[in-house]
Design a protein around this ligand. Structure first.
Ligand SMILES: C[S@@+](CC[C@H](N)C(=O)[O-])C[C@H]1O[C@@H](n2cnc3c(N)ncnc32)[C@H](O)[C@@H]1O
Ligand SMILES: [Zn+2]
Length: 397
């Protein structure tokens, strides 16, 4: 389907990502100023989408129906249609509200062979999702990839997936809000306090998950985080939705707050049912900072990550190496403990300065504690040891 006369004011330009070629409209000098913007920095985000779809369909033993609700140039959908097989993908719905985006998508779709495998829709994403709900369409995966915050699409997406318990993928690029530069806006949009300090990206992801969980709870749905990560200028979450009011009730017990010290890196998390009245750090008496409410549960499902890691080796994705690095860190991370210590802050006053983080991880393990690095920060150390126990191990090293 081609949408009437061309509205093109710029020239057409070819781009290639993975094994997919696409024609886009170049109507500005800088790619970031184009009226429909193809962002090569999001290749890793799209690679992860392909990998995750391959993983889900393997796990479920069936091909999937995918909704690209804010498709832009449609590059994500075209890559799915060209690079994944029919045993992985049943159908792709490609939607955008910008008529220029639809022009680009329609032109590129002319070259696709399997016309019954996709549908192009020119609509507001919310209207599309309501339509899916009304028509009781069976959708496996909804992808929300806006400029800025995905939050306004959460509840409708969850509703649209409610019947068949599917997956929601969402990107957030409003890091200035979620990472605390505009904390008033974070409170207004996400009902949560962020931080600007070293825990900011993990806090931001957990604020996003908290918002999905409260939307899901209202619909009697449980959310299972499969993969949550921060990369360069964006945050991405992929969750599975399951129908269970009981599970949703107990999931809400894992919503809580973070209190932490920016001087020495002491931190404590506490659920909304618990009281935590310390206003000053018990280690160095500095005033404690707070963030939340946020999700305190796990960020990954390691069974999925293991399978993704295997599948990644055979897919030849452009970001294969980066994905493999991120999956390795996530797989090694002790996921049941939220947040981490900033190693330079912990060792700042230690007699044993210049000590290596990896040595302390090993010393903690030898002493019977759990310990790992974290994908969020190369200077981050995760452990179930108490702050004082960690300092002791550093001093004794
Ligand atoms: C970040 S771009 C999408 C990028 C694309 N998913 C990719 O992987 O390259 C965001 C797109 O959302 C579209 N958009 C914004 N608000 C929308 C809405 N309410 N409904 C549908 N599309 C919308 C914009 O026109 C823009 O094309
Ligand atoms: Zn302190």
């Amino acid at each position: 389907m081609y949408w009437g006369d061309s509205m093109t004011t710029g020239s057409w330009k070819k781009v290639k990502e993975g094994n997919t070629e696409l024609e886009i409209i170049k109507d500005a000098e800088r790619i970031y100023d184009a009226s429909v913007f193809y962002n090569p920095k999001m290749t890793v985000n799209r690679d992860f989408t392909l990998l995750m779809l391959e993983t889900i369909s393997k796990k479920q033993g069936k091909p999937l129906t995918f909704v690209d609700a804010l498709a832009g140039t449609g590059i994500r959908s075209f890559r799915i249609l060209k690079e994944l097989s029919s045993s992985t993908i049943n159908k792709v719905i490609i939607n955008d509200k910008n008529p220029k985006a639809i022009e680009i998508i329609s032109k590129n779709a002319l070259l696709l062979e399997n016309k019954e495998k996709f549908e192009i829709i020119h609509s507001d994403a919310s209207d599309l999702l309501y339509e899916i709900i009304q028509q009781r369409q069976s959708i496996d995966v909804i992808d929300i990839d806006p400029f800025g915050s995905p939050i306004k699409f959460f509840e409708t997406s969850l509703y649209a997936l409610k019947r068949n318990s599917g997956y929601l993928f969402a990107t957030a690029t409003d890091l200035q809000v979620l990472c605390g530069k505009y904390s008033d806006a974070c409170l207004r949009i996400y009902n949560s306090y962020p931080t600007r300090l070293y825990l900011c990206h993990e806090v931001a992801l957990r604020i996003l998950l908290y918002n999905i969980i409260i939307s899901a709870g209202r619909l009697g749905l449980e959310i299972k985080p499969i993969l949550s990560y921060h990369h360069e200028h964006f945050l991405r979450i992929k969750v599975k939705i399951e129908k269970s009011k009981e599970a949703a009730n107990s999931q809400h017990q894992q919503i809580g707050m973070l209190s932490f010290c920016s001087q020495c890196s002491y931190y404590r998390t506490f659920t909304l049912q618990e009281t935590f009245s310390l206003s000053h750090c018990p280690i160095c008496d500095n005033p404690l900072e707070r963030a939340g409410p946020l999700w305190l549960g796990e960020l990954y499902d390691k069974q999925y990550l293991l399978l993704m890691n295997e599948i990644n080796k055979g897919m030849e994705l452009p970001s294969e190496k980066r994905i493999s690095r991120l999956l390795k860190l996530a797989l090694e991370e002790i996921d049941e403990i939220p947040f981490f210590y900033n190693f330079p802050l912990v060792t700042r006053h230690s007699v044993n300065r210049g000590i290596k983080i990896q040595d302390i991880i090993e010393a903690l393990s030898d002493a019977g504690f759990k310990a790992s690095r974290t994908p969020f920060d190369p200077e981050g150390l995760k452990t179930d040891a108490k702050y004082e126990e960690l300092v002791q191990i550093i001093n004794d090293f």
